[in-house]
Write a protein that binds this ligand. Sequence first.
Ligand code: ANZ
Ligand code: ZN
Length: 665
Amino acid sequence: MAPANWCPQCQTVLANEQVVGEGLCERCGTPVIRRDLEQWFLRITKYADELLEYTEAEWPERIKVMQRNWIGRSTGVDISFGIDIEGVDDKEIWVFTTRPDTIYGVTFFVLAPEHPLVEKLTTPEHKDEVQEYVERARSQTDIERLSLEKEKTGVFIGAYAINKLNGERVPIWIADYVLLSYGTGAVMGVPGHDQRDFEFAHDFGLPIRVVIAPEGWAGEELEEAYVDPGTMVNSGQFDGMPSEQGMEAISDFMEANSYGIRTVRYRIRDWLISRQRYWGAPIPIVYCDKCGTVPVPESDLPVLLPEDAEFKPTGESPLKYCESFVNTTCPGCGGPAQRETDTMDTFMCSNWYFLRYTSPGYDTGPYDPSKMAYWMPVDQYTGGAEHATMHLLYARFFNKAIRDLGLAGFNEPFTRLFNQGTIVMERQKMSKSRGNVVNPDEYVAKLGADTVRGYLMFIGPWDQGGGWDDSGISGISRWLNRVWNLVLEEQKSANLPSLDGAAVTELRRQTHKTVKRVTEDLEKFRFNTMLAALMEFTNYLSKIKETRSVAGEEWREATKTLLLLLAPSAPHITEELWERVGYTYSIHNQSFPSWDEAMVVEEQVTLVIQVNGKLRDRVEVPVSITETEARELALGSTRVQAYINDRKVRNVIYVPGRLVNVVIS
Ligand code: ANZ
Ligand code: ZN
């Protein structure tokens, strides 16, 4: 953590005078935005590349895409342009481009209106117009400014830039579609091959030159920018090259002549964590007249918020005028000193709260390192997708930073991430203002917590959510009542045939199959299909209980398994049943049932394959084989093939689970 005094692009630490004013990084020419010295930043940019990799994190693709876009890595070239104006010391301006192959197509040059060079380069006769434009641009958001739909605006500042590749002089404009905060805050205008530049040139009558020819191009004018690869034209010694190759050749050429540097740029900026408000963890820094900016030593951590702060309607943080908090002694020299009164962004705490869960009572540090090593990383993290680029990215960064400080032995905080869906009401998000909020407490009071919980699991795939429906929840309630009766009720009829032979085998098979389905669904968070499997199993057992005597051990085993499988979903009712049936407390301390793979293999049947009604082959297939699979199997059989030879297949008749008859001419 540090006040931002490094270049956001090349990470070079800047000289102090550079930070105080607006300036350009001496090493890479990036504008260094003037920042309030009291703002604190975390250097997330240092981890940008590592954050693009998810080798140890099994995360949903769309979250990874959102994070990657947020980080916004682009490879390209920083190119130096000369400046043609008397009396200016800066003899060059740098641009960042991802398309060095288009360098011969530059017909103008654009600076962000706030670029530090604008004032120096604007010629006297353009001053007023430029100043007015800069004011207007400052009042817009980046999103407004970058919008493709927006009409292009801009003004010429009277100066010229020199393209060092061909010596051409091009006019320098300012326009709000160029942002100060990205790249070098400057763009080489290539209207032939960039749509924004195309529109700009079109609106202001600037020349549009084709330097990457589309296939079959015969010199005609373009109707819009041609942005794909092509053949280089109007590009001096590079003419005739495929543009992808030209990209490398031109980059090499510029690097060899020291006016281009291959570079990687990121959209992500360092994380500003300073907040001017009371809530949030205090930033543990002390300012001393003698020693300067001094970190609070570890032995004095944590710095706690004062409880006697007064809240006044001043718009300022109450910490600023809370003397008991502000005034302290310097950890360096023992003299009087003042505390930092900014607090940290609350995302700072959500970076690591789960580490504290591993040892909540530990009082000599944030967490017990051995407990942390045992429990972390988090195996399964569930949260909303709205946190994709804030909390979830910050937490990954924080983890990597503490790892590098030797405080964590793992690379990613959350091994597996799952985004839960939303429960909606009549296709609308529940909200107080719409008055469509379901209050779960009422349903818990009426139908029980297990029912509400079960219904939420059953309502739809966990990552998609679903629509709340009162008849759906009563379905769950009825099912749980049936489970209750199934396990406890006496059989109605006393003289039913006993459960034996094939029926027992089948019961065991169904039990093992259910264990397998439930276990696999549970691991994949497919709670809705898991409950469906348990419902099917309940139905199956109910039928047996109606037709067979269930006095035997096999039945007891089957219902015991049902309870164990249901326990995570309906913890209360299963605990109660567990006790009533006579097992020892508690059901939640039992091992989860396991299955025998041999018991779950599908039953096989023999499929007869005929050609024109005559038996030609037999194959063993699972009973669940589909018609398409059966047909393919029959037609693929080598024996059948021998009969078909080059004759035409006229028809394929399928009798489910029994035969396939191939009719040939
Ligand atoms: C010339 C050029 C020619 C460009 C061409 C593109 C196509 P990404 O991919 O997002 O990194 N650019 C650079 N700095 C900018 C700024 N501060 N504000 C607005 N636009 C900026 O975008 C890189 C491209 O965005 C750069 O490549 C530059 O336009 C523009 F046929 O340079 B290009
Ligand atoms: Zn001091």
